[in-house]
Ligand binder design. Structure first.
Ligand code: ATP
Length: 277
């Protein structure tokens, strides 16, 4: 069996509104997802010495057993295709763990795609996405690797164009936040945004520099004042919008051009990562 190495991009939600909740507890969202290729994990799948799925990772907080979303994806692939797993999977983490940038989901989607390639495409994309949504609501987006308006619980993906080049700064934090916590503590009611996701995208594409929107930001900045401080600081440094990424705690900001992005990056004392789209 040859080995394969793939890159797993992070994501940011420039717009995230929660519009309802299903009886099974899943939230219904309307969100503009962007893949962030500048902040990516690397995943290598090769043949193991013995049957099974063995995972290694350079980050101590990432589980290496069946709790890892990579393991869940590999197991689901093996069961669906009736292939006996004998896989060693080495993960190099660069995406903040439990940081609201979809790292685990991206890893899992890449695992499906990499195994599918290694075994000459036994599954089509729809089959993989059907398996993927059972592992996590954010997974289907990562099969596209392009900007998308995401609806439902995350299974309805409409690829879209982002016309303008975007200049972004990400500020990671060392503490994790469980997505479950952010959703559990979100404000009551639904559809709090004054504009729709489509309207946000249209403003973005027409160089109107709209404010990002994240329904989950309120409980996060109330519980962790550090996040509000970071967002305020980013605005002070010239960003036209700053926010928490998904369920946090990573913060991000958008700048109008490369020069203001660079200046803010230089002035910001704490660790931050520049990315463009
Ligand atoms: P999302 O933005 O989709 O809500 P996230 O980026 O906030 O997710 P992840 O980094 O995907 O969060 O990880 C959340 C938790 O899942 C971690 O605390 C970790 O225990 C577990 N986990 C399982 N598999 C992975 C993986 N491959 N990479 C990182 N964490 C993983």
């Amino acid at each position: 069996m040859p080995s394969i190495t793939v890159s797993c991009p992070g994501k940011v939600n420039l717009f995230l509104d929660v519009i309802g909740k299903r009886d099974d507890g899943y939230h219904l969202i309307e969100s503009l997802f962007l893949p962030i290729k500048d902040i990516a994990d690397s995943l290598k799948i090769s043949e193991a010495n013995a049957p099974g799925i063995t995972i290694s990772c350079n980050h101590p907080a990432v589980p290496l057993d069946s709790k890892n979303l990579i393991h869940k994806a590999a197991q689901a692939f093996a069961e669906k295709t009736l292939i006996t797993p004998k896989w060693k999977i080495d993960l190099v983490k660069n995406i903040p763990v439990a940081g609201g940038m979809g790292g685990g989901s991206s890893n899992a989607a890449s695992t499906f795609m990499a195994l599918n390639e290694l075994y000459d495409q036994p599954l089509n994309k729809t089959e993989m996405q059907e398996l993927a949504i059972k592992i996590g609501a954010d997974l289907p987006f990562f099969f596209e690797k392009s900007p998308a308006i995401v609806k439902g619980i995350g299974e309805k993906i409409a690829s879209c164009r982002v016309e303008e080049k975007l200049f972004m700064l990400f500020v990671p934090f060392q503490f994790p936040v469980a997505a479950f916590w952010a959703y559990k503590n979100r404000q009551d009611g639904f559809s709090h945004s004054s504009i729709t996701c489509e309207e946000y995208l249209s403003l973005l594409n027409n160089e109107k520099f709209p404010q990002t929107y994240n329904d989950l930001a309120k409980p996060l900045i109330e519980k962790f004042p550090l996040l509000k401080q970071a967002c305020d600081k980013l605005l002070k440094l010239g960003a036209y919008s700053s926010n928490v990424s998904g369920s946090g705690p990573t913060c991000f900001a958008l700048f109008k051009d490369q020069e203001s992005l660079k200046q803010a990056h230089n002035k910001l004392k704490r660790q931050s990562i520049m990315a463009t789209f």
